[in-house]
Design a protein around this ligand. Structure first.
Ligand SMILES: Cc1ncc(COP(=O)(O)O)c(C=O)c1O
Length: 380
């Protein structure tokens, strides 16, 4: 059947693929596979190279992102590590300045040592990107929306600049997922995900996914996945497959809750600023509206008084003070000392990741209960 709705595509992941007729695709817990005869293979020889459960997950994410190859990794950072291994000594990348702290750490404390350098720019400004291009630049790596101040990068515009200068465009699509945004359709070459977040969706698995629409990149990335051994195990592949089946339902509900919460926070007397691309005054609203099917379910907000932060984090009852996002349970994070602690203080201040900013990952709970919890935490 052609042109199935994405909700149908998601619900049917893994079904009708196993020869036993299993509706839930099985977990193939085998490290190795017998050869039918010398020089023949079933397509599976050793599970680092290929595993049936991983293959189903990898095809699923490739289809969802409209790419030709998907690859599953032990974590989002394992996927990004593998992607960065495409580059060599002397190469330079242009990178989003308000990047996830762990990715920044990878660039600055690992790949810099190998001679791969990065210039950090505000990737919501295409002129700044163009100005940062050097003769050694090989790629533009961006997150959109950014974390936590929710800047929006124009993926189509960036891909055009990249193509003109012979660079790759790599987009971290963790915050929106292919349910809301498909960077490859907008011109990007590689999409990376922390699948730990919305794709898994239940805060029960750490995983990474990478997709490309270039056969050449697919071949090189598959080589690197096998050579580096950064793969995701079959049990975790299955957890992701199960989580993905409800991605659409979860995202719709989480986004619906977020739209209400963002408006509520915007009118709260203790709140200074709300960073959410679904609010019409958000500077990236137009671009977001043009390139994505929705604003997503992450809201950052700053309080007027920094002393209120400790009280709010202590007083939330339903919402957990924890360092992740994208799951069905609502979480609140303090980026200044948690997710973005590795970003230099000067950059954090410039971007607006200050001591007054909190990030809310909105879950699927009842909106009344979430508002009540936020209300009592802020009032206290
Ligand atoms: C946007 C983004 N990219 C990548 C990562 C890294 O993913 P993982 O924690 O699965 O290694 C994270 C983790 O928080 C993230 O938020």
């Amino acid at each position: 059947m052609k042109n199935l709705d994405i909700l149908t595509e998601l619900a049917q992941l893994g079904n009708k693929l196993d020869p036993t007729g299993a509706v839930s695709f099985p977990i193939y817990h085998s490290a190795t596979y017998a050869h039918p005869e010398l020089g023949k293979s079933t397509g599976y020889d050793y599970s680092r190279t290929a595993n049936p459960t991983r293959s189903v997950l990898e095809s699923a994410i490739a289809n969802l992102e409209r790419g030709c190859k998907g690859l599953a990794f032990a974590s989002g950072l394992a996927g990004i590590t593998t992607v960065l291994s495409l580059f060599k000594q002397g190469d330079h990348l242009i990178v989003t300045e308000d990047l996830y702290g762990g990715t920044f750490r990878l660039f600055e404390q690992i790949y810099k040592e190998f001679g791969i350098s990065a210039t950090y720019v505000d990737t919501s400004d295409n002129d700044l990107i163009t100005q940062a291009i050097l003769p050694t630049t090989k790629a533009i790596f961006c997150e959109t929306p950014t974390n936590p101040v929710m800047r929006i990068a124009d993926i189509k515009g960036i891909s055009k600049i990249a193509r003109f200068h012979g660079l790759l465009t790599i987009v971290d699509n963790t915050f929106l997922t292919p349910f809301l945004q498909r960077p490859l359709e907008l011109g990007a070459d590689i999409v990376v995900h922390s699948a730990t977040k919305y794709l898994g969706g239940h805060n029960d698995v750490v995983a990474g996914l990478v997709v490309t629409n270039s056969e050449i990149l697919a071949e090189r990335l598959s080589f690197l996945q096998n050579a580096l051994g950064t793969i995701l195990g079959p049990q975790d592949c299955w957890l992701l497959l199960r989580g993905l089946k409800t991605l659409g339902l979860r995202m719709e509900r989480q986004q619906q809750n977020s739209i209400v919460i963002a408006a509520w926070l915007s009118n709260h007397p203790l709140v200074d600023q709300v960073f959410y691309p679904g609010l019409p005054h958000h500077p990236g609203y137009e671009v977001q509206h043009a390139q994505a099917a929705g604003p997503g379910a992450i809201i950052s907000f700053s309080l007027k008084n920094k002393d209120d932060i400790t009280k709010v984090l202590k007083k939330v009852k339903l919402i957990s003070f924890a360092e992740s996002l994208g799951g069905v349970e609502s979480l609140i994070t303090y980026p200044f000392i948690q997710t973005h602690a590795d970003i230099p203080q000067e950059t954090r201040e410039k971007i607006g990741i200050n001591e007054r900013v909190l990030r809310l990952s909105v879950g699927i709970e009842s909106i009344q209960d979430l508002l009540e919890d936020l209300n009592q935490a802020l009032e206290s």
